[in-house]
Design a protein around this ligand. Structure first.
Ligand SMILES: Nc1ncnc2c1ncn2[C@@H]1O[C@H](COP(=O)(O)OP(=O)(O)OP(=O)(O)O)[C@@H](O)[C@H]1O
Ligand SMILES: [Mg+2]
Length: 296
């Protein structure tokens, strides 16, 4: 018997997505624009691959291809080594139970006319799966898991704060017990303290469930908190990929360096050293100054 090499949880290979971009003159053929240009990436169980890059670099399009919310122009999407690029019907429903997406704006991704209970159980209804323990008990349990008051299961999204609404989005994603969770700027709209809470929640869930995350964020300070590996995108291509620390500490590609230079530093140790260095510079320049500078 041969030893099987275990396929990664998720694998996208040579993904391409072209969009029409007008025509080339009256007689011209229709032109296309490659939003995603030969992207390959893998996510293993329990790992967080952060996809970073400037606005318009193709991150969300990559996420949509990975989640089969959009068809590829070419390339393949695999889950556990099974090609799901063309999956439809029952197979696609099965795929939707394995891969869930959490978007940036919780309010616009949650139907405002549906209660939490309806929102959270909808993916199971779509999956034509029985709701374990009944809808109410199931919803309450999920709400507790994501830190929401289970007594609020009959409320509507507008009755929650942004951070709470995002937790509803997370609860809904959890409902189908997914294995890959794609977060497309999932914490970007939240203020910093709420952001930290939601990141901790995502981390705890990963520890408990072994989720793989494809985590898209433009904020590298956030990425630093959650990523295990990173892929850097520019103009539809992945220009650099590697473990988080090597990307942050020794970026190879010029584009990555530029991207990192724009990071606001919130690492307390870094901040302490930066202040120290600044104080030293001030002290040095003061001691070498001619005394003609104004004080204060
Ligand atoms: N449905 C679409 N039709 C045509 N062009 C599109 C479509 N979706 C995205 N694009 C284009 O593809 C490119 C990549 O867009 P995408 O949303 O993937 O970028 P992004 O990296 O997620 O950016 P951001 O950080 O701003 O969210 C952009 O130039 C965008 O205008
Ligand atoms: Mg985007």
């Amino acid at each position: 018997m041969s030893v099987m090499t275990q396929a990664p949880l998720f694998r996208g290979t040579n993904l391409v997505k072209e969009f029409p971009s007008g025509t080339g003159g009256i007689f011209g053929r229709s032109k296309t624009f490659r939003a995603v240009d030969d992207v390959s990436l893998e996510v293993s169980r329990g790992e967080t691959l952060a996809l970073v890059g400037e606005s318009g670099s193709g991150k969300s399009t990559t996420a949509r291809l990975a989640a089969r919310l959009m068809d590829v122009t070419s390339g393949t999407v695999e889950i556990d080594g099974v090609d799901v690029t063309k999956a439809s019907g029952k197979d696609l429903r099965g795929f939707r139970g394995t891969v869930q997406v959490i978007f940036q704006d919780p309010y616009s991704s949650l139907n405002p006319r549906h209660t939490v209970e309806r929102l959270v159980t909808a993916p199971l209804t779509y999956q034509q799966r029985k709701i374990p323990g009944g809808a109410r008990a199931f919803t309450r349990e999920l709400m507790e898991r994501v830190g929401l008051n289970p007594n609020h299961s009959e409320r509507y999204p507008a009755q929650f704060s942004g951070g709470q609404a995002q937790r509803i989005g997370i609860a809904r994603a959890l409902a189908v017990s997914p294995r890959l969770v794609i977060c497309d700027e999932a914490v970007s709209a939240l203020d910093v303290s709420v952001q930290a809470q939601v990141i901790n929640l995502l981390r705890d869930l990963q520890k408990d469930e072994g989720f793989g995350y494809l985590f898209i964020a433009h904020d590298l300070a956030v990425v630093r908190q959650i990523a295990t590996r990173m892929a850097v995108m520019s103009q539809g291509r992945i220009v650099e990929t590697g473990p988080r620390d090597s990307i942050f500490e020794a970026p190879q590609h010029e584009y990555t360096k530029t991207l990192l230079e724009a990071v606001p530093r919130i690492d307390p140790e870094w901040e302490r050293r930066r202040r120290l260095a600044q104080d030293l510079r001030v002290a040095t320049s003061a001691s070498t100054s001619t005394g003609t500078e104004k004080e204060g």
